[in-house]
Each structure stands twice: as structure tokens, then as C-alpha cells.
Design a protein around this ligand. Sequence first.
Ligand code: ZN
Length: 159
Amino acid sequence: MAIRNVRIQGDPVLEKKCREVKEMTPRIRALIGDMFDTMYEENGVGLAAPQVGILKRIVVIDTGEDPHVLINPVIEETDGEQRGYEGCLSLPGKSGIVTRPNYVRVRAMDETMKEYVLEGTELLARAICHECDHLEGVMYTKLVEGRIYDNSELPEEEE
Ligand code: ZN
């Protein structure tokens, strides 16, 4: 496994729609391992394949409880609302306020291409929405209320 180069906002790959994964291959398995390595190395809670330059519908998330792989994720239900600071490894050192659902249910496939359902609230719900947006070529900066902050400007209490 290896750390991959994270693409930074302005790179056109971050604005493209990703393709569905049809079958698991050794290459994709290696990509998923590298995505976890890269996310942990950069202290992120989620990473989408386009952020390492691959236009496939693959997301990894770990908010500190369990690692999740979401292949071809489809958000089936959302509920409630949360408003808080959000950041992205493709825009390091910056944050902005984004309103997201407080509950998300997503259907996806795991690394064995078995379908499963993941439910999340709070940070996990936010991460699912943020990473699924990447698969549509959407950065959180499109959804920010107000301006983008430098992380050094942020108040200590987030959310
Ligand atoms: Zn992001």
C-alpha cells in the first residue's frame, strides 16, 4: 500500500463525474488500500477516489469508529439538519460552514462488492454527504455559507 498524491482544488479531475465500479479487481483493491493510507496520513475522515485522480465511484470514511468502504454509494434517505464547519483534504488548512442532513442512510457495496446499508448521524452523516458530492464533481466550497476560513481563524468550539 502507498500514500497517493491528493489533488488540490483547481485540478479539473475534482470537477468531473465519476463512473460506477462494475467489478472488483486487484487494481481497485490496491486503490482502496492506498486511499485509506492516504486519508490516515493526512488526518482526514474521508476520501473519494477523484481526490487521488481516479474517476471511480469509491469512497473511504473513518470518523474514528469503524473504517467504511463505499463503492457506488447511493444516498437513500436523509433527515434533520446540522450546520457546522467542514474541510477537505483537497483544500488543506481551510474550512467553511455547510449545512448537511443530520442523518443519512446510504446503500453501497463493500470491497467484496456485497451490497450493504450504512446509517450515520452527525460527523458520519456529514462525511457521507461530502464524499458522495466528490463523486459528482462537487466540492463543499459550492455549498459554503459565507466565506472560506483559514483554520487558524476558527473559533475553538466547532459546531
Ligand atoms: Zn473533500
